[in-house]
Design a protein around this ligand. Structure first.
Ligand SMILES: Nc1ncnc2c1ncn2[C@@H]1O[C@H](COP(=O)(O)OP(=O)(O)OP(=O)(O)O)[C@@H](O)[C@H]1O
Ligand code: SF4
Ligand SMILES: [Mg+2]
Length: 337
């Protein structure tokens, strides 16, 4: 299925995660709303600690326990809200209708079992008519992920493969049950640049063939430009801007997004002359009143320090689902450039 139309497969509304940490109660995911359509890749970007991984884990109900829990919001996968589901019901959905690819393939693969065994298990779990042609389908998946000599790889153990190959195997396992949504948390960060480019091209190709929707978590705007249809920018647990890739790059509407884009050398010729964003994100245990970005924002006004900004239409227009949380957008002639 192509992106667009009425094909929303994942609809997240007002999602809030609470962690009881030593520094007090924090909300690494705070009132997050997003839509993901079939065949669409949404990039979730932001600095380290902004809550990207917590968001991804929350969507699969895989938050670290007992410290973290969902305290508000809905996660609708094809119309079913996952938040109130029992763990048993969640197990029937996780890995089948929504799957995850993590940065470290080592953590996702069992060193004691062959690649084949792990793929067979994933295929059986997602299949209504098990057994038939399991081996051929497992080899087919490895071929789809671009592994040479897939039949032989089925007998290999994870340590016998390179990092890039292991990540392809993890991708094959995630795709085994033909999920509607894949959450990929920095899947290429540990790979070298050539392998990374190959992996991204592969994901794109697989998406075209299967229509799987992908939430792609990354801190790399270059990867976003290369792979994603839409982008959500996180800052201190919140999505501060969301829109089509073209709108985000051409008409960034939040000062944080504008600064992030300026600081990526390959995206703008001006980058060389501009400093990266000064200052650090605030600790989640001590967020400032009002807009969390205010202490670093060159556009801040008194109101920003007192009241958190609501979501307003971005410069790409609400009809293009471009929104940002910045008071200054109330003035249609204002730009953060
Ligand atoms: N188990 C935990 N206990 C307490 N706080 C945690 C725990 N795990 C994460 N956090 C906090 O939650 C916040 C969000 O973390 P998260 O891992 O989602 O960030 P991230 O955006 O994925 O960062 P990175 O780019 O480094 O992967 C951070 O401030 C982190 O310190
Ligand atoms: S609301 Fe104010 S402080 Fe926050 S990003 Fe907009 S201008 Fe800056
Ligand atoms: Mg992370």
């Amino acid at each position: 299925m192509a992106a667009g139309g009425d094909s929303t497969v994942l609809k997240v509304r007002g999602l809030r995660v609470e962690i009881a940490s030593a520094a007090g109660v924090i909300h690494p995911v705070d009132d997050i709303s997003l839509d993901l359509r079939a065949g669409e890749t949404l990039g979730l970007v932001g600095e380290s600690g902004s809550g990207k991984s917590m968001t991804g884990l929350a969507l699969l109900r895989l938050l670290p326990r007992p410290a973290a829990r969902i305290v508000a919001g809905r996660i609708e996968l094809d119309g079913t809200d996952l938040v109130p589901l029992s763990e048993g019901a969640m197990r029937r959905i996780r890995g089948r209708r929504i799957a995850m690819i993590l940065q470290d393939p080592q953590a996702s693969l069992n060193p004691a079992f062959t690649i084949g065994n792990q793929l067979f298990e994933a295929l059986r779990a997602g299949d209504r008519s098990p057994r038939q042609g399991l081996r051929a389908r497992a080899a087919g998946l490895l071929r789809l992920l671009g592994l040479p000599a897939p039949e032989e790889r089925l007998q290999a153990y994870p340590h016998q493969l390179s990092g890039g190959m292991r990540q392809r195997v993890v991708g094959a396992i995630a795709l085994a049950s033909d999920p509607q949504v894949i959450v990929a948390d920095e899947p290429t960060t540990a790979l070298d640049l050539t392998i990374q480019a190959q992996y991204l091209a592969l994901l794109e190709d697989i998406q075209k063939r299967t229509g799987v929707a992908i939430l792609f978590i990354t801190h790399d705007f270059g990867v976003v430009a290369r792979l994603c249809h839409r982008v959500a920018v996180m800052y201190a647990g919140r999505i501060v801007e969301q829109g089509d890739v073209r709108d985000i790059f051409d008409r960034p509407s939040h000062p944080y997004t504008a600064a992030l884009i300026r600081s990526v050398p390959s995206l703008t010729a001006r980058a060389a002359r501009l400093p990266a964003i000064a200052g650090q994100p605030p600790p989640l245990s001590a967020l400032p009143a009002g807009c969390s970005f205010a202490p670093r924002c060159a556009h801040a006004q008194p109101r920003c320090l007192a009241q958190a900004p609501p979501e307003l239409p971005g410069r790409g227009g609400a009809e293009n689902r471009h929104v940002a949380r910045c008071w200054r957008l109330e003035d249609p002639s204002w730009t953060p450039d």
